[in-house]
Design a protein around this ligand. Structure first.
Ligand code: SF4
Length: 373
């Protein structure tokens, strides 16, 4: 078994080169070839000594993930399905905008959290992705898109860990992947432009603040524990007050001075005017005591298994206005790529469920969600 160098951040490559008797600057050269230039063939790394190239051929490789399918949306969004073996496939989405290129990356094959409104959650969980499999999504997308554009200019300026999986439940693989994204010898992304999205794994939020603070998005989706227990089952372990306290602690280290709260708008479930008022009270009614935050309202992308419906536009607009009137910056997410099922909550990939989450969720579908007062 040889080492996939995509599994290693710069510190890891330096240690690997050290074992081969090579100096650290060789590790930096190697890292730059792989990530800045997208080169996988050691023979093309012409400023590495031939002896090192031969050594590397015997003990290392740089492996892309096989692309199972690629779909392009009319709006320019591209979705790749990557085969990660064992009958599992994960999805990655590129979203071009005028001033940025965002890549939405998966961290797990499936997800064990089981949110009611999430297509991935309904598929159950198979396994964590490795660091190499997380980084390979960026490596492939960046260099593939540069090649198509016939330019060496950077294409991807932002990464959001919002694809399949709960990234903070795959912490050991996530952190070296984030370090590679941020490293100036690799992708050189700004901490402010790399966002980890979590459903609220409180202890890992604290660790991320210490190990690799990047921008944080928290999937909130409900103003009360009673409703959130139902929509985001992890809430039973880490209820709202604990989650908000963790957000405050995170802000001491975060590269941005606010947390983004994601809120998926579900018709008749969490979109009522009194729930907007509850939310304002939850994050701190007055500006002085408020958790510094922005709200991102996400129009739900319905899928049959969920039994849920998208909130009418008027309800979304009224909800956004109620939050804005309370002084909270609120945006409504534009849906992108929904003609190719690439929009938020639609990523499903292929997952060999090992956890029976999928079965449990199929049973849950028959239980109505009752909005809590
Ligand atoms: S919303 Fe995120 S945490 Fe919840 S089931 Fe989907 S992927 Fe998992």
């Amino acid at each position: 078994m040889t080492t996939n160098l995509l599994d290693l951040d710069l510190g890891g490559i330096a240690a690997f080169c050290g074992q081969l008797g090579e100096k650290r600057f060789r590790a930096t050269q190697l890292f730059r070839w792989i990530h800045q230039r997208g080169v996988a063939d050691f023979d093309q790394m012409t400023d590495l000594a031939k002896s090192l190239r031969e050594k590397l051929k015997g003990c290392a490789h740089v492996s892309a993930l096989p692309v199972a399918t690629e779909q392009a949306s009319a709006d320019g969004t591209i979705k790749w399905l990557f085969d990660v073996g064992g009958g599992n496939a994960v999805e990655t989405v590129f979203i071009p905008e005028d001033d940025r290129g965002t890549l939405c990356i998966s961290s797990q094959a499936g997800c064990a959290v089981g949110c009611r409104f999430c297509s991935t959650g309904h598929q159950g969980f198979s396994r964590n992705l490795t660091t190499g499999e997380i980084v390979a999504q960026l490596w492939f997308a960046e260099h593939q898109l540069r090649q198509r554009r016939g330019s060496d200019e950077r294409v991807i300026s932002n990464v959001v860990m919002m694809g399949m999986g709960e990234p903070l439940q795959n912490y050991a693989a996530l952190v070296p992947a984030l370090r590679t994204m941020l490293d100036d010898h690799a992708y050189g992304l700004s901490r402010r432009r790399v966002t980890v999205s979590t459903s609220g794994v409180v202890p890992m939020m604290d660790r991320l603040a210490q190990d690799c603070p990047v921008a944080l998005a928290v999937s909130l989706h409900a103003p009360s524990d009673a409703l959130r227990d139902n929509l985001v089952p992890l809430n039973r372990k880490y209820p709202l007050q604990e989650l908000l306290a963790a957000c405050r602690r995170y802000l001491d280290y975060a590269p941005r001075d606010f947390i983004t709260f994601e809120y998926c708008m579900l018709d008749g479930v969490n979109d009522q005017p009194e729930q907007a008022r509850e939310l304002v009270a939850l994050v701190g009614g007055s500006a002085a005591e408020r958790v510094p935050c922005k709200f991102n309202l996400i129009p739900f992308n319905p899928f049959p298994a969920s039994g849920l419906l998208r909130s009418p536009n008027a309800a979304v607009t009224a909800f956004a206005r109620a939050l804005s009137d309370a002084g909270i910056v609120t945006t409504v997410r534009k849906t992108r790529g929904d003609d190719i099922d690439a929009a938020c909550g639609q990523l499903a990939g292929d997952v060999r469920d090992r956890t029976r989450v999928g079965e449990r969720m199929a049973r849950l579908r028959t239980i109505p969600i009752v909005p809590q007062p």
